[in-house]
Design a protein around this ligand. Structure first.
Ligand code: 4NP
Length: 163
């Protein structure tokens, strides 16, 4: 059965579009039946492609970020719509929980899937240095396979990769 995952950051401009692309890649690699989407808690970049700095950092690792910015809507937080909603940091996690009303257990902090050597928040690279974009991608490449494993069960790791 198809699993659906939604990545959420503030602007849907840097972190969550990258999350969408990285998870998509791992889902394809493991032939996992997963649909991936992303959204922002704010409307700053609605309709825009991702930040050119993130596009460049992601392209250097072979990812093509194709999504356009959109703002989260309450229906996105219905557990019937997405099996898992992943907030990139605690601030956006709190906003999602506020918006969600009753059903909240499927709304998780991405960093909770990483071990303690990683920060709990995926740092917002928007106002930071250039290497912040690579740090985001490092965290996503670490966490996405673990999240897929949780979603799909261990079987995905018995699949022989075509890459
Ligand atoms: P994101 O980063 O939440 O990872 O997309 C940001 C992008 C834009 C802004 C803030 C954060 N902004 O203020 O426009």
């Amino acid at each position: 059965m198809t699993k659906r995952v939604l990545f959420v950051c503030m602007g849907n401009f840097c972190r969550s579009p990258a999350g969408e692309a990285v998870m998509q890649r791992f889902a394809e690699e493991f032939a996992a039946d997963v649909e991936v989407d992303s959204a922002g808690t704010h409307d700053y970049h609605v309709g825009e492609p991702a930040d050119p700095r993130m596009l460049e950092a992601a392209e250097a690792r072979g990812y093509e970020l194709t999504s356009k910015g959109r703002q989260i809507k309450p229906g996105d937080l219905d557990p019937e719509r997405f099996d898992l909603v992943l907030a990139m940091d605690a601030q956006n996690h709190a906003l999602l929980l506020e918006l969600a009303g009753e059903s909240k257990t499927h709304i998780r902090l991405f960093g909770d899937y990483l071990d303690d050597e990683w920060p709990n928040d995926v740092p917002d690279p928007y106002y930071g240095e250039e290497d912040g974009f690579d740090q985001v991608l490092d965290m996503l490449e670490e966490g996405c396979p673990l999240i897929l494993q949780t979603l799909m069960g261990d079987d995905i790791f018995n699949f022989e990769s075509e890459f």
